[in-house]
Design a protein around this ligand. Structure first.
Ligand code: BV8
Ligand code: ZN
Length: 280
């Protein structure tokens, strides 16, 4: 028997399953923030100035040139602070509110690979950030983790332009720890670094109990996040993917909704125009 299982884009069939799901997990990636004007990691968005994002987002790059890596993150802090969550973020937050109000036995939880905090800014309460946040710093000396929303984070990192030449910043002018004056780094998970074991355990726990997994705007190439999908599929749980193109996760998906998730998600989650317009 050939295993070419038919993947469906039947919205009614999806909604029938959606209406019976009680523990919905939404695994999100950079694509959910694309319509907010935040470039993704793949395709054109994969570069910052002449550098591949994936090469800058490593401990080696930071050790070699902390000033350049800080320009990359300061630019993204600046950009994200000037953008807004889009309908995809908002539909998940509205769904969470609707469940809390009307059917508390139903839950939706976001497990995100993104570090832009747009889910939180859209009002989402239950968000697990797998890779940290643009707006947290960690001291490389004493490990103190701090939230920091200042734009610029330090004067030397003010008004970073995408097309300006790389600045040569004296390390003493980079973000420093208030407690021990150690050099601060973004509190994010770089390539080659392990995820926080506690966060990973929580994510694996959620993947072990979900009865509907939504995969939204992720290329499903980054591990260990990408490994959650086969883990859930093995339990026979329905997986629904929202993306503009197929990904390695598509083979596990029962539903695939091709297109921008900002368009497809509100409809799939039955979030009406009025609810969105009244949303904070
Ligand atoms: C680890 C924070 C082990 C930083 C991020 C070989 C060598 C070295 C390492 C590896 C290797 N092979 C595998 C690895 C492991 C590596 C990895 O997976 N590499 C990949 C690239 C092959 N993983 C790691 O290194 C992880 N750690 O494995 O540690 C270990 C254990 C013990 C001890 C030591 C080590 C850490 C991974 C975390 C890296 N940090 N972010 C930062 O952001 O600066 S990941 C980074 O990529 C972002 O978080 C981003 O979200 C994530 C994944 O990308 P996506 O979110 O999927 O975004 P992407 O741009 O790729 O795709 C966008 C999608 O949206 C596309 O599909 C597109 O079609 C779609 N889309 C676009 N527009 C829309 C849309 N969809 C819907 N609507 C739209 N409008
Ligand atoms: Zn310190």
């Amino acid at each position: 028997m050939s295993n070419t299982r038919k993947v469906s884009s039947d919205m009614n069939a999806f909604q029938d399953l959606f209406n019976r799901a009680n523990k919905i997990v939404a695994l999100t990636g950079a694509g959910i923030s694309a319509e907010s004007g935040i470039p993704t990691f793949r395709g054109a968005g994969g570069f910052w100035r002449t550098y591949k994002c994936q090469e800058l987002a490593t401990p080696e790059s930071f050790a070699k040139n902390p000033g350049l890596v800080w320009q990359f993150y300061a630019y993204r802090r600046q950009l994200v602070s000037s953008k807004e969550p889009n309908l995809a973020h908002k539909s998940l937050s509205i769904l969470e509110q609707n469940f809390l109000r009307d059917s508390p036995q139903r839950q939706v939880i976001v497990v995100t690979q993104n570090i832009d905090e747009l889910h939180r800014r859209a009002g989402m309460k239950r968000v697990l950030e797998l890779h940290g946040s643009l707006f947290k710093t960690r001291c490389t000396q004493c490990n103190a983790v701090k939230t920091n929303y200042s734009i610029p984070i330090v004067p030397a990192l003010a008004k970073i332009e995408l097309d300006e030449p790389d600045r040569h910043i004296d390390p003493k002018d980079l973000p420093r720890c208030e407690k021990c004056t150690g050099l601060l780094r973004p509190h994010v998970v770089w390539f080659g670094e392990p995820l926080d074991p506690f966060v990973l355990k929580q994510a694996e726990g959620l993947m072990g109990i979900t009865d509907l997994l939504l995969i939204i705007g992720t290329s499903s190439v980054v591990y260990p996040a990408a490994a959650f999908v086969p883990q859930v599929a093995k339990r026979g749980v329905v997986i629904s993917e929202f993306n503009i193109e197929p990904t390695p996760s598509s083979e596990y998906a029962r539903f695939f909704f091709k297109g921008s998730c900002a368009q497809k998600l509100p409809k799939a989650l039955q979030i009406g125009e009025t609810m969105i317009s009244h949303w904070g």
